[in-house]
Design a protein around this ligand. Structure first.
Ligand code: TXA
Ligand code: MG
Length: 319
C-alpha cells in the first residue's frame, strides 16, 4: 500500500498553487486537478511507481489503461504516431473534451502501466485553464483517470474529490465546477476505420463532420477495442502458470518477495513497485519465448489488480 498521506493539500489556481502542484507531480506525487470534463487524478505518466499509486488511491480492482494529458498538440505528437485524421481533430477540438487513441511513438517514455501494456495511447489536451496552466508548468505528460474511488461517480467539484479521496492523495487544485461535467469523447484512430470508443463531451456527429467519414460505434466492432472491456489488454504469447514457487524445466520465473525470479516484480514485496514493473517484466519474459511461471502475489491492496491481470494473462486466448 501507499504510505499514508498525512493530509491532502487544497490548492488554489494561483501562480503559487499551480507551482506547488507541478512540483508535487515532479516528485512523483498524486495531484487531482480540474479539467473541463471532470476532475482528474494526475501523476507523472513517465513514473511507473507514481502511476501505480493512482490505482492504489482509487482502489481500482483492475488496471484499465489511462488517458495522458498534455498542454499542447505538439506535445502529443511526441508521444503517438500522428496522422492527418489526428491533425484535423486536434485543430477542431483541442484544447477540449476529446481523447484520441493512437499507436505509441518510438521513445515515448510513457510507463507501461499507463497503457496496461497496449501498443496504443489515449491522449488529450484539456481545455480548462487550471489543467492547461498546470500541464504547461509541469512540462510533461500527466496520466489522469477521473478523481473518484473505483466504482463511484466522477467528481465535478473539488469537494467531490475530497469526499472520496481525502487523505489518499497529496493535493487537489480547485478550479471550481467543471463546465462540461461528463468525460471526454474517446475516438480510436489506431485502426483503419475511426471508432467512437466512448461517447462524451464532443458529439460523435461533430467528429464525423470533421473526418468526413462515419465512426464505427461500440458493439459494432470487436470487443478488445472498447474501453473498459479490454480483457485482452495484453496477453503474453507464452503460456503463464500462476502461484509458482519454482520454475519447472524450460520455464522462466517472474518473482515476487522471497521468490526470486529471472525478473522479480519486487524483491521487498512492495505491491506498488510490483505494479509498476508488471507489464514491463511480462513483455521482457515473453520475448524469451518460454513458458512463464509467476510467484504468488498477495491479494491485498494493489495485489488484487495485479492478480486480476495475471489471471487474464494465464487464461488461454482461445478459451
Ligand atoms: O474526461 C476525461 O476523459 C477524464 C478527465 C480526467 O480527462 N478522464 C477519464 O479517465 O475519464 P478514465 O480513466 O476514467 O477513463 C479512461 C478511459 C477508459 O475507459 C479506458 O479504457 C480508455 O479511456 N482508454 C485509455 N487508454 C486506452 C487505449 N489505449 N485504448 C482504448 N481505450 C483506452
Ligand atoms: Mg472514470
Amino acid at each position: 500500500m501507499t504510505p499514508p498521506v498525512p493530509k491532502t493539500e487544497q490548492l488554489t489556481p494561483s501562480a503559487e498553487g499551480i507551482s506547488r502542484a507541478a512540483s508535487l507531480l515532479a516528485a512523483g506525487r498524486l495531484v487531482a486537478f480540474a479539467t473541463e470534463t471532470v476532475y482528474g487524478l494526475g501523476a507523472d505518466a513517465r513514473n511507473g511507481a507514481a502511476v501505480a499509486a493512482i490505482y492504489d488511491a482509487k482502489g481500482r480492482p483492475a488496471f484499465n489503461p489511462l488517458i495522458v494529458h498534455v498542454a499542447t498538440a505538439e506535445a502529443a505528437r511526441d508521444l503517438v504516431r500522428w496522422d492527418d485524421r489526428a491533425e484535423a481533430l486536434a485543430r477542431a477540438f483541442w484544447p477540449g473534451p476529446l481523447t484520441m487513441v493512437l499507436p505509441l511513438a518510438p521513445d515515448h517514455g510513457i510507463a507501461t502501466l499507463v497503457t496496461a501494456g497496449l501498443p496504443t495511447l489515449a491522449v488529450r489536451v484539456p481545455g480548462a485553464p487550471v489543467a492547461r496552466t498546470l500541464l504547461a508548468e509541469f512540462g510533461g505528460p500527466v496520466a489522469a483517470p477521473s478523481a473518484n474511488p473505483s466504482g463511484r461517480i466522477s467528481p465535478t467539484r473539488a469537494a467531490h474529490v475530497l469526499a472520496g479521496l481525502k487523505g489518499r492523495i497529496d493535493a487537489v487544485v480547485d478550479g471550481g465546477p467543471c463546465a462540461v461535467g461528463v468525460e471526454s469523447t474517446i475516438v480510436g484512430l489506431a485502426g483503419k476505420r475511426p471508432a467512437l470508443l466512448r461517447p462524451g463531451g464532443v458529439a460523435g456527429t461533430a467528429i464525423e463532420a470533421v473526418l468526413a467519414t462515419p465512426l464505427t460505434r461500440p458493439g459494432t466492432r470487436p470487443q478488445p477495442d472498447a474501453p473498459g472491456q479490454l480483457a485482452s489488454h495484453y496477453a503474453p504469447s507464452a503460456p503463464v502458470r500462476l502461484n509458482a514457487t519454482h520454475a519447472r524445466p524450460g520455464e522462466t520465473l517472474l518473482g515476487f518477495g522471497l521468490v526470486q525470479g529471472d525478473l522479480t516484480l519486487s524483491a521487498t514485496g512492495d505491491l506498488i513497485e510490483a505494479a509498476s514493473n508488471l507489464f514491463d517484466h511480462l513483455h521482457r519474459l515473453d520475448a524469451c519465448g518460454r513458458p512463464i511461471a509467476v510467484a504468488p502475489i498477495p491479494d491485498t491492496g494493489l495485489g488484487a489488480a495485479i492478480n486480476d491481470r495475471l489471471r487474464r494473462a494465464a487464461t488461454p486466448r482461445d478459451a
